[in-house]
Write a protein of this length. Structure first.
Length: 550
């Protein structure tokens, strides 16, 4: 769960937002600037970036693997590696670098802000592809962001993470998802996978009207016919609401259909979630308003999410619901919540506290208590990594002890900390220890987990009789499906709820991306290409339970 928070925080900026500093005017054969791409070598595909600069007429350069420290990749070195033997002859380019005792030699071509060619290390051969993003005005990313319609019910959304020099795209029909890097002021490129920007597979050119407004795009994918799409505008309104002394700030996106609208409030997963939502215009396209807000202590919201338990987080959501009910353009009887990951706990509490809630959506949202979910996650991870039953049970025994000290609050005392240290010292050399390792003394994690560990959603779910949709991933290593499905089924039956749907989407990881292993810290993550089929069917489920006025 701690790893999940870190990767959610750094995912987009680390993978896509690195060093977009190229300026216009370089010759096609020039290497100067910062490049992003992919190396395929020895059966692996890995993100690799290159940086070139001119020093007194000499070209200097480095390469780096920006994801090595974030995922499990069997590389020995991190940081920037110096390039040597750099030569450029017209469009031909040559350079090499050394990793420990291994020398990698590249030969290829530079053309139109791309570099492609082969690498060799000893008898082994591979390929390297790079693209050089252009430096464009920041406002252009915001102008291009939005929802584009190819034809009715075939839409693509482009969104800009806060202040990032990149656009993210999602095709709601094919499920394809990835980053778009600027090649010029009005043309962007997309690579083959979720975090891999090269080789270029698609180019996207934006169109404007005579007033200079962005009106559409042309999407050209290699080997296919170009697709044209028109941009659809929605009203976006900044809002704020109070939960005690905490002010929550967010954005309400309204449909173009007739008011009053049904609405959904999105609840964040773990970590410092912001109002950013890569699909926040997909619901309005179908006539449903959506409220996204900055988690307390993030963006324009006050407070501190590190010191918030489920009660606090649910209170923030309830305050947002009350704001919506006060508006004449929102149907007060058709407001629901959608909680993802950690947000699922808050969503179940909201459903238990708000008798007038219209529906509840859980996306990888645990139905187990916080403590049981921590155990569930650890057991599943060790199983997938091949640890024996004996090793797994030994690890879980230590983890149960750790969680007992956390839930009681004893670990926050000196005496409790000493108990934890003494127990950890006895098992620190065990193979399984990395899965259950305690944090350092004084870490804010102890207090955060103490607050979270007080929550069990079962008493609230057992009284929930409104429509419920729960979507889990068959390859989710963070909220493994089997025990959560079992717990939710049990709660729904006890509640007498006849209007609930539970889906387990094969191969879906915690983010809904199609994966094999499903770990968030894994070398497969950068290569993921799409959301699994059915992931965006949530809107269809909601539409059957609300009224949209056309």
């Amino acid at each position: 769960m701690m790893k999940r928070l870190v990767i959610i925080k750094t995912l987009i900026l680390l993978f896509y937002g690195l060093c977009v500093t190229t300026t216009f005017g370089f010759q096609q054969s020039s290497l100067e600037g910062d490049w992003q791409g992919q190396v395929k070598f020895d059966g692996k595909e890995m993100r690799l970036d290159a940086h070139f600069k001119n020093e007194n007429g000499n070209i200097k350069g480095t390469v780096e693997y920006p994801l090595r420290e974030q995922i499990k990749f069997d590389a020995q070195q991190t940081g920037q590696l110096e390039l040597t033997q750099i030569r450029v002859d017209s469009s031909q380019v040559h350079f090499q670098w050394q990793e420990e005792s291994k020398i990698f030699v590249f030969d290829g071509q530079v053309k139109n802000n791309t570099i492609s060619g082969s690498i060799q290390q000893g008898e082994k051969r591979g390929t390297l592809d790079l693209v050089r993003p252009a430096k464009i005005e920041s406002k252009l990313f915001d102008e291009y962001a939005g929802l584009y319609e190819v034809k009715p019910n075939q839409v693509i959304q482009l969104s800009r993470p806060p202040n990032a020099p990149v656009l993210l795209y999602v095709n709601f029909v094919s499920g394809r998802h990835g980053g778009l890097l600027p090649l010029s002021e009005n043309t962007f490129s997309a690579g083959p996978a979720y975090q891999i920007p090269a080789p270029i597979e698609s180019t996207i050119t934006f169109t404007r009207n005579t007033q200079g407004e962005v009106t559409g795009l042309v999407w050209q994918q290699d080997g296919t016919r170009a697709k044209r799409a028109r941009k659809i505008k929605f009203r976006r309104e900044e809002v704020s609401f109070q939960n005690g002394d905490v002010t929550i700030s967010g954005t309400l996106v309204l449909p173009n259909t007739k008011a009053p609208h049904p609405a959904v409030v999105r609840i964040h997963g773990a970590g410092p979630g912001s109002r950013f939502n890569f699909a926040d215009e997909f619901y309005p396209y179908h006539g449903i308003a959506v409220l996204n807000y900055d988690k307390r202590g993030v963006g324009k919201s006050t407070g501190n999410w590190r010191e918030a338990g489920v009660e606090d987080l649910a209170g923030d959501t309830l305050a947002g619901i009350q704001l919506l009910r006060s508006r004449s353009d929102i149907n007060p009887k058709q407001i629901g919540v959608a909680g993802g990951s950690e947000g699922g706990w808050a969503a179940s509490l909201v459903a238990g506290r708000d008798a007038n809630l219209a529906f509840l959506v859980l996306v990888a949202g645990p139905a187990l208590s916080f403590v049981d979910e921590v155990l569930n996650e650890a057991a599943d991870n060790m199983r997938v990594d091949g640890l024996s039953d004996k090793e797994t049970e030994a690890a879980l025994e230590f983890l149960r002890f750790k969680m007992s000290l956390i839930r009681s609050g004893e670990v926050l005392t000196d005496a409790g900390w000493e108990k934890m240290q003494a127990a950890a010292a006895k098992v620190k050399n065990e193979k399984w220890f990395a899965y259950v390792r305690p944090w350092a003394k004084g870490s804010w994690w102890w207090k955060k987990w103490y607050l979270m560990s007080q929550y069990d959603p079962q008493p609230f779910l057992e009284k929930t009789i409104i429509p419920v949709l729960a979507v889990y991933g068959g390859a989710d290593r963070n909220a493994p499906a089997p025990r959560n499905v079992e717990a939710l089924e049990k709660a729904m039956k006890k509640a007498g709820n006849k209007n609930y749907t539970i889906k387990v989407l094969p191969k879906a990881n915690h983010f809904g991306l199609e994966a094999e292993r499903g770990f968030l810290f894994d070398d497969e993550l950068p290569r993921l290409r799409r959301f699994v089929p059915g992931y965006f069917d949530t809107v269809k489920w909601i539409l059957k339970r609300v009224t949209v006025r056309r």
